[in-house]
Design a protein around this ligand. Structure first.
Ligand code: PHE
Length: 448
């Protein structure tokens, strides 16, 4: 069956939808705690270098593949390299997307729980240290963890079943700028806290001694997670881009906005961490301990807390919708399932993985693989293995195998644009990406 593909009405529509997918928990929850665990400033420098040398080139590769074929990842690879089995790479991307959803929806469940706590007024009137106990109590309860994860997933799949995801995306184009504004307000607030300068020094004064090789790969993985790379998500988005969209400009705008949001989140969190005597290396709970402590010392903290967690909920929902679509589309196109059936199957698969991840904080705490809990394992494997490899192989495919004419045609919009970055792009795709693959592999098997 041939369906008519409708492009984005405006250039802004394309950017807004892609930013909606990219900005989420990766920026606001994951970036600060990864930076905190890996020494702050040095991690951020490696992160930014990775966005420039690998992130933007991989994003452009996904855009080129998507827009030149107007297909999803597997179909696109089949069209671009008909005689090779390179299309199998699409399965790595799809597996990566399902794995991300597994742990990501648990954290989305935390956001739902914190909305409820904020509305009930429970985030107000405590000492900063109390929020740590509050979080431990919450994750220690299997019932609450599973309940909120399931509530989140129910909303996510209800949106998909009712076909209102376009409405959510439209809403998010209002919510995203609001979230951005809120972060700016919180930054100003954090910068005025006592000892704020210690947090800023931690964030911006690099101490390379604090960064391990594992930390470097974490920075790479975090960049790919945050920019939504390596899971074929952006291939699908780009397949709907208009022919006059400048791919290079859009990739730079999207990557810059995404990085800006992550750094703003860091500026909100770390001055507060040092001001309240908390631990920067607290790990995944960091943001959920620090932010309530920040809100409660602000005038109108009750409202700020609700507003923030609601906006974060929408930012996360646009990410999980785009992640879910990857597996749903695969089931429809490859298995010929109806959309309804595909959504239910996706819900069942993701739901089971997410429940396992939720229980790994309590009843399944003692189950570890390579010394990691199930949640940590999913979190680690999805960014540091699946997304990195999916993204870097996409880069190698475009750099070494794709007909150069397709690349030039896509970047210049058939000769209508002047693209001065061609040599830079090809250098990153052909040489930086393979070096990164070897480096990541060496870190993975423990050689460095
Ligand atoms: N980039 C999103 C975030 O930072 C997560 C995501 C990954 C979304 C892959 C879509 C695809 O939260």
């Amino acid at each position: 069956m041939k369906t008519k593909r409708i492009g984005f009405a405006t250039r802004l529509g394309a950017i807004a939808a892609t930013v909606g997918s990219a900005v989420g928990l990766g920026n606001i929850w994951r970036f600060p705690y990864e930076a905190g665990q890996n020494g702050g400033g040095a991690f951020i420098i490696v992160y930014i270098a990775c966005v420039a040398l690998l992130g933007i080139p991989v994003m452009l590769s996904e855009f080129i593949i998507g827009r030149s074929t107007h297909s999803n990842m597997k179909g696109a690879l089949r069209k671009l390299a008909p005689k090779s089995s390179i299309y199998l790479m699409a399965y790595v991307c799809i597996a990566g997307a399902v794995m991300v959803l597994g742990f990501y929806s648990v954290v989305c469940g935390w956001v739902v729980e914190y909305i409820c706590q904020a509305v009930a007024g429970n985030l107000q009137g405590h000492q900063p240290q109390d929020y740590s106990v509050m979080f431990s109590d919450f994750v220690g309860s299997p019932v609450r963890m599973v309940l909120f994860t399931v509530v989140f997933l129910a909303i996510n799949f209800a949106v998909l079943l009712k076909g209102v995801q376009k409405g959510i995306e439209r809403m998010s184009s209002i919510m995203m700028p609001l979230l951005f504004l809120l972060l700016v307000v919180f930054c100003v607030n954090s910068l005025m806290l006592p000892d704020a300068h210690k947090g800023l020094a931690f964030l911006f004064k690099p101490d390379f001694g604090a960064l391990t090789w594992r930390g470097v790969v974490d920075a790479f993985g975090q960049a790919f997670m945050s920019l939504s790379l390596g899971v074929a998500c952006l291939v699908t988005y780009a397949s709907y881009f208009n022919d006059d969209t400048s791919l290079t400009r859009d990739a730079v705008v999207i990557a810059s906005l995404d990085t800006l949001v992550a750094i703003l989140a860091g500026i909100v969190i770390f001055p507060a961490v040092f001001s309240f005597g908390m631990q920067p290396e607290a790990g995944p709970k960091l943001v959920f301990e620090v932010l309530p402590a920040v809100f409660q010392q602000m005038a109108g903290g009750y409202v700020w807390a609700i507003l923030f967690f609601v906006l974060l909920f929408f930012a996360s929902l646009t990410s999980t919708i785009s992640l879910s679509e990857i597996f749903i589309t695969f089931l429809i196109e490859e298995r010929n399932f109806s959309r309804r059936k595909a959504i239910w199957i996706t819900a069942a698969v993701v739901g089971s993985l997410a429940v396992l991840c939720a229980l790994s904080f309590n009843v399944l705490k003692s189950v570890t693989v390579f010394g990691m809990s199930i949640f940590d394992l999913f979190n680690y494997l999805s960014s540091n293995v699946f997304m990195l490899l999916g993204g870097l192989f996409t880069a190698l495919f475009v750099g070494w195998f794709l007909d150069r004419r397709v690349i030039v045609e896509q970047l210049t919009n058939r000769g209508r644009l002047n693209v001065p970055v061609m040599n830079y792009l090809m250098f990153c795709l052909r040489y930086v990406a393979p070096v990164a693959v070897v480096f990541i592999f060496m870190q993975l098997v423990g050689i460095i």
